[in-house]
Ligand binder design. Structure first.
Ligand code: SAH
Length: 627
């Protein structure tokens, strides 16, 4: 299974489990090494405690389609409706489903989703994410109601599924007396949204007494769960709540493509010299690739890459753009430059005039707009990269286009994308600014900002002089071969303190400790010699090269970690990462996964400091959402 599914299947790590560890147990180290050897960069060890607790009862209402969890079933059903086109309440109402019918449909849907199958049309998808993209509205419920009309769906598909106890509440709503007799009262739990779970369990008891024992279990465990919620509130539920607070995917798309309708963004991109030079080099200086080629430009914006492709000798360029406004603008620009290809005329006379045709629509729906043979494109061009490379999630659209229209062996530009990382010092934070503002100390503001920065990524420029470790590659995507489910990944890497870091303020041979305040991420895309044989190119957004509109992405530690070279003296009684015992290496484990909130990404960061004497110290896992 893919990393995302791993991510989805697991709880977000319990921060409590990651209290500082001053002394390192050998065992843990061995486990970590084993994990690495097996290539199991998974989240298992984050969840040990959680999973023990889970056996008794799963506290949250788990979405039927994704791994979002809610502590209120109504919120969950709203989410299912707005994000996954599953309107439980309408289905119940329209089909007049009774308790058992409702029970069955939930188990039925869960059973289908577990096999990545669409619950309504039966289509089998390759992954849960593909399924989520596929889910659609139901035209006629009556046509499909027989699908779950089987007593086998009376058996809970998910053990201790609180959702199964939730909807009975509607039927029992008026029966206040009975509700009050429950050992747990709704209002006792209101704070944590447990109302539905407990009161509904009462309905369930009436309906299916054979499961009484389980319900009692539910009530028993509720108190424990309440405590757990407090801990999880800050991480997992926050992410889940955002989905509810935000609009659904459709709205997210509308906002997203709408935002590309603003000329300011296009001007910014067109003025980004680093970006433009890399694309120009790759397109204009590789004539053998473009001469007489059929090219597709995914997300053409103003059409600039298509214009380059036409200039480079392409015989036909299909420029696809989802923003209505930009598709119209690109059409005008192409016409104004005498490159418009008239589809109708071309079909009628059999002779093509012009090179570029602009098609309005999402590339995923291109078939609806034009006739284009599968696997007929020689070169697939796109500038899809977002902040931290993966924000915007446009990569999935490019991969979709690649799989559908690129010829076998065809070129995709760029063809590699690499995420890199390095540690930064105090200069990468806002602390120095607030230390002295026109002669006054305003450090309290800086401290507060740094505290906030440990919870949310910051997109900003980091000066190479402020890096206190060497850079390291975190992850590389091969865009010609990668699968869609590989977009989410977990990677480990190691950072070594910079020996010649100017911010050390030290001229002595003995290198002193620097404070590492966090890590900065950036990306590079390659137009490698695999396809760009005459003139390969690289687009780098690193702190070492001229800045781009992507800046860098800053992940700030909860507290700074002292780092130094091997030569530094170590005080073995001092904690690793303190000034007296700086870390000589930082191990990172970093995951990036598409967030449930469409087009956002979740980042998790685990940091381990290694002292000169081999001692290790883990810092609590940090979760960031870039949105
Ligand atoms: N190629 C242009 C614009 C890049 S910005 C340039 O290099 O200047 C990305 C563009 O892709 C935006 O205009 C956005 O509206 C469009 N886009 C994003 N996802 C898309 C999709 N799935 N189908 C079609 N266009 C898309």
């Amino acid at each position: 299974m893919d990393q995302l599914t791993k991510y989805l299947d697991k709880e977000i790590p319990n921060v409590e489990n990651f209290e500082r560890e001053e002394e390192e147990e050998e065992e843990e180290e061995d486990d970590a090494d084993e994990d690495q050897e097996d290539g199991q960069d998974d989240w298992d060890d984050w969840n040990a405690d959680e999973e023990e607790g889970e056996e008794a009862f799963d506290s949250n209402f788990l979405c039927l389609f994704c791994n979002s969890k809610y502590n209120d079933c109504n919120v969950l059903f709203n989410h299912c409706n707005s994000v996954h086109y599953f309107d439980f309440h309408s289905i119940r109402k329209d089909l007049g489903l009774d308790f058992y019918g409702s029970f069955k449909i939930i188990n039925y849907v869960r059973s289908q989703v577990a096999e990545n199958r669409c619950w309504s049309c039966g289509l089998s998808c390759q992954s849960n994410l593909d399924l989520q993209h596929h889910l659609h509205k139901i035209l006629n419920l009556n046509d499909i109601k027989a699908l779950w009309d089987d007593d086998k769906y009376l058996k809970p598909f998910k053990q201790n599924d609180p959702l199964l106890y939730s909807f009975a509440e509607d039927e029992e709503d008026d029966d206040e007396t009975t509700r009050e007799n429950l050992p747990f009262h709704a209002n006792q739990n209101q704070k944590n949204g447990m109302e539905d779970c407990t009161s509904a369990s009462h309905g369930y008891l009436n309906a299916a007494s054979s499961l009484e024992a389980k319900i009692e279990n539910t009530v028993e465990t509720t108190k424990t769960l309440e405590l757990k919620y407090d801990v999880q509130e800050d991480n997992q539920l926050k992410i889940a709540r955002q989905i509810f607070d935000r609009n659904d995917i459709k709205n997210a798309n509308e906002n997203y493509f709408g935002s590309y309708g603003s000329f300011g963004i296009h001007r910014e991109m067109l003025s980004d010299k680093v970006r433009m030079e890399a694309y120009m080099k790759a397109i204009l200086e590789n004539p053998s690739l473009f001469q007489n080629a059929a090219v597709m430009d995914v997300g053409c914006g103003t059409g600039i890459l298509s214009l380059f492709a036409a200039k480079a000798g392409a015989s036909r360029v299909i420029a696809v753009e989802a923003s209505e406004k930009m598709a119209a603008v690109a059409t005008q620009i192409v016409e104004d430059n005498g490159l418009w290809r008239n589809r109708k005329q071309t079909r009628e006379c059999g002779v093509s005039s012009g090179i570029i045709e602009v098609v309005h629509g999402m590339v995923e729906e291109l078939d609806k707009s034009i006739e284009i043979q599968p696997h007929s494109v020689d070169v697939l061009l796109s500038e899809w990269m977002g902040y931290c490379l993966l924000y915007e999630t446009m990569l999935s659209s490019v991969l979709f286009a690649r799989d559908r229209w690129l010829k076998p062996g065809g070129a995709i530009l760029p063809d590699t994308a690499t995420i890199l990382v390095a540690g930064f010092g105090v200069g990468g934070t806002s602390l120095p600014f607030w230390e002295n503002v026109y002669g006054f100390r305003m450090s309290c503001v800086g401290k507060e900002l740094v505290k906030d920065a440990a919870k949310a990524p910051i997109v900003d420029i980091v000066d190479a002089n402020d890096l206190v470790t060497s850079p390291a590659i975190l992850h590389t995507f091969d865009l010609a071969t990668m699968r869609l489910d590989e977009v989410d990944f977990t990677a480990r890497t190691e950072l070594e303190p910079n020996l010649h870091n100017p911010s050390n303020n030290s001229n002595s041979v003995e290198v002193e400790a620097s404070w590492c305040h966090g890590v900065v991420l950036w990306f590079e895309t390659g137009f490698t010699s695999r396809f760009c044989k005459e003139s390969p190119a690289v687009l780098s957004t690193s702190p070492y090269t001229p800045k781009t509109h992507w800046s860098q992405t800053i992940l700030t530690f909860g507290e700074p970690i002292a780092v130094a070279s091997r030569k530094s003296v170590t005080n073995i009684s001092a904690p690793v990462g303190s000034h007296a015992c700086p870390a000589i290496k930082l191990h990172l484990r970093l995951s990036i996964a598409r967030a449930p909130e469409h087009r956002s990404i979740d980042i998790s960061l685990e940091t381990t400091g290694i002292a000169g004497d081999g001692r290790k110290r883990h810092w609590p896992v940090q979760l960031f959402t870039l949105r």
